[in-house]
Ligand binder design. Structure first.
Ligand SMILES: [Fe+2]
Ligand SMILES: [Fe+2]
Length: 191
């Protein structure tokens, strides 16, 4: 693990814009923008009428959260841990990701006809709200990352590239009759 963390950080080129840069593509801006997108979809889900609309929103939410948690897990979290040594914040965030992934897998394998579908999406929304607050609050992960020696611009580029790569492969996956690809299930299990 330590080796992987080192590699992730070393591969981020320094461009002299690291420490406190807040450009549109810096790591924190990119991750926050994902948070806002998913929050909007949760809000739409809350007021949506009709099973197919709810199903479509739940599918988008789950897909976006899988991509987001994966790029955080692979790139941002290891760089954060190495730069700050904040094990408690890092480990709690990883545990929250794991809990969310289990619920995401349940939502993806059920449908809007499932008696507990609405409840599962509502609980996922509450879990994510808590998790996002932990990342974005004043002394949370993002605040500490901004104070640390992290090249947020380079990390943002890495996150964007990995996200594009993962979304591209998600689009190419063959979809089954449920609208869910075979590899989606595999990807969920891997989280
Ligand atoms: Fe996040
Ligand atoms: Fe996260």
């Amino acid at each position: 693990m330590a080796k992987a963390r080192k590699k992730a950080r070393k591969s981020a080129p320094k461009r002299g814009m690291g420490r406190r840069s807040a450009g549109a593509s810096d790591a924190i801006s990119l991750l926050k923008s994902d948070h806002r997108q998913v929050e909007n979809w949760f809000e739409e889900f809350g007021s949506a009428r009709g099973d197919s609309r709810k199903q479509d929103l739940a599918r988008r939410i789950c897909q976006a959260l899988k991509l987001h948690t994966q790029i955080e897990h692979e790139i941002f979290y290891p760089a954060f841990l190495e730069a700050t040594g904040e094990e408690d914040i890092h480990h709690e965030a990883e545990v929250e990701h794991d809990a969310a992934k289990k619920l995401i897998a349940e939502i993806e394998s059920s449908g809007s006809g499932d008696e507990y579908f609405q409840a599962k999406v509502t609980v996922l929304s509450e879990m994510i709200k808590h998790h996002v607050n932990e990342e974005e609050k004043r002394d949370g992960m993002f605040g500490k990352a901004r104070q640390a020696d992290m090249d947020l611009q380079a990390l943002g580029e890495q996150l964007a590239a990995r996200k594009a790569e993962l979304s591209g492969s998600a689009e190419q996956r063959p979809r089954g009759p449920s609208g869910r690809s075979r590899q989606d299930s595999r990807a969920t299990a891997r989280y």
